[in-house]
Design a protein around this ligand. Structure first.
Ligand code: ADP
Ligand code: MG
Length: 268
């Protein structure tokens, strides 16, 4: 991995104006260059939706934000911290695993597949990470988990096991589970793509409420209606680059780039 240049103190000044700031991010898997220079900024409270064809690097980019992949080049800040690095004097040092884990705790992620623990009730799933990772007192976590289950409309399902819940309900539990860690940023990677069509709306509604409550969110989605209604910004990715971005209504009504026009003509 090529280290970010360790210049003066201004090189890694805390980026408090942005929840996410990406500068020229590159990522390859072997000879396949998946991210080819991503520049992007997400402000606190902003909802950014990301669309683009399959294989364009959307998931990889989210995974870089959440330390699930390591970038090859460029710089990435999340919640004011340079991802993966710590500054000492004017030098940068790679974070230790423990420090990476601390950064990751500020980020909640929801995947296409809900991946709940099948042998735990919905409430136990929501309580698991704060109890195990943060070692918070159980009564405190339980109280928060119950509120979160209520917030995602599942107060009556706290004792249900995942197999007893619909896909939409399971995904709402997964959202509550991510929120239980009290993240500053939520990443959603096609959260409704695995759901039957009639269950999509209930999950999008929970996400909309979260957005209205002020959560900063990056949402990879094919739900154009959600992007138009809830998104503050819309990014179109193709071939590992951001082809176009702007206010959702503008991008959707007047896509400038032929690749955006072509993509939208297929999904709209
Ligand atoms: P998207 O989410 O936009 O569909 P991805 O970020 O999942 O795109 O994938 C972009 C490209 O990177 C694809 O060609 C995919 O096969 C490849 N890719 C993703 N993850 C890996 C990996 N761990 N190893 C090798 N190739 C990968
Ligand atoms: Mg993907």
């Amino acid at each position: 991995m090529s280290e970010p240049s360790a210049g003066g103190a201004d090189t890694v000044e805390v980026q408090d104006d942005f929840m996410v700031r990406a500068e020229n991010i590159h990522k390859s898997f072997g000879r396949l260059e998946v991210l080819r220079g991503i520049d992007l900024e997400v402000r606190p409270g902003e909802v950014m939706c990301v669309i683009g064809p399959s294989g364009s690097g959307k998931s990889t980019f989210l995974r870089c934000i959440n330390h699930l992949e390591k970038i090859d080049a460029g710089r990435l800040w999340v919640a004011g911290h340079l991802v993966g690095y710590r500054q000492k004097g004017d030098k940068l040092y790679e974070l230790r695993d423990r420090e990476v884990a601390a950064q990751r705790r500020e980020i909640g992620m929801v995947f296409q597949r809900f991946n709940l623990f099948p042998h735990m009730t919905a409430l136990e799933n929501v309580m698991e990470a704060p109890c195990r990772v943060k070692r918070e007192p159980k009564t405190q976590v339980r109280e928060r988990a119950l509120k979160l289950m209520d917030r995602v409309g599942l107060a009556d399902k706290v004792r249900s096991y995942p197999a007893q819940l619909s896909g939409g309900q399971q995904q709402r539990v997964a959202i509550a589970r991510a929120l239980a860690m009290q993240p500053k940023l939520m990443l959603f990677d096609e959260p409704t793509s695995a759901l039957d069509p009639e269950l999509v709306g209930e999950v999008l509604e929970v996400m909309k409420q979260l957005a209205l409550d002020g959560m900063t969110m990056v949402v990879v989605t094919h739900e154009i209606g959600f992007a138009r209604e809830v998104g503050d910004s819309l990014v179109f990715m193709d071939g590992g680059v951001i082809v176009e971005q702007g206010p959702p209504r503008e991008v959707l009504a007047n896509p400038r780039h032929p690749r955006t026009q072509d993509f939208l003509s297929k999904v709209l």
